[in-house]
Design a protein around this ligand. Structure first.
Ligand SMILES: N[C@@H](CCC(=O)N[C@@H](CS)C(=O)NCC(=O)O)C(=O)O
Length: 201
């Protein structure tokens, strides 16, 4: 397998899952400053020129949640997806979609407009709106994880990769202190050997 990757991005989710399933993979690392991720060679793999993208034989796949779900299915012995048709499986789908569809855009807006963009390009109104939306999202996540070890069922699944990485992003934004349950969950996730390998460099 080949993972198109850049550090401190959502490609970390795919790499963490590759480590969880103990897949053999090659890492193709982009440094965004070079612009290589917008060149035709990579646009043929990911039409938006963003990471992650995964090559698994003749399968080319993008979207971090899709990659995590595919890897869970490709390594069934690792039991990283709940049984098909179970309520746990339905909740697993929910988190796989809720994070990229509802959480990530808010975290992305906050990241861009409080940290990454040059100060004269930041829009305080957009940041304030994202901060407001984050209050609801944070409350949902905090109540959903509660004192549980895993977000779905009683064992680790791909949904923990997706939620755990979103919790890490909240930490990067300095927001995890507002959510003690989520902070404890993220700390436990970050102690997993696969997480440590994925985020080592
Ligand atoms: N929904 C996509 C988001 C992918 C995405 O936007 N990746 C960002 C990094 S987190 C990226 O590659 N940005 C580079 C760019 O926009 O040029 C996923 O979850 O895979």
């Amino acid at each position: 397998m080949k993972l198109y990757f850049s550090p401190y991005t959502r490609a970390g989710r795919a790499r963490w899952m590759l480590e969880e399933v103990e897949a053999k993979y090659e890492l193709v690392k982009f440094s965004f400053a070079t612009g290589d991720h917008k060149k035709p060679e990579y646009l043929a793999i990911h039409p938006h020129g963003v990471v992650p993208a995964l090559e698994d034989g003749d399968l080319h796949l993008f979207e971090s949640s899709a990659i995590v779900m595919h890897l869970a299915d490709a390594f069934p012995d690792k039991k990283l997806a709940p049984a098909l048709g179970s309520h746990a499986r339905a909740h697993y789908y929910k988190w796989m979609v809720y994070v990229p569809a509802t959480v990530d855009p808010v975290l992305e807006t906050l990241t861009m407009h409080t940290r990454l963009l040059p100060e004269d390009k930041r829009n305080p109104a957009l940041a304030a709106d994202a901060d407001k939306k984050l209050k609801t999202i944070g409350a949902v996540l905090e109540a959903s994880i509660g004192h549980k070890k895993f977000i779905v069922g009683d064992s680790f699944t791909g949904a923990d990769v997706i939620l755990g990485s979103a919790a890490g992003w909240l930490g990067f934004l300095g927001k995890l202190g507002d959510y003690p349950n989520l902070a404890a969950y993220h700390k436990a996730m970050s102690e997993r050997p696969a997480y440590k390998r994925a985020y080592a460099d």
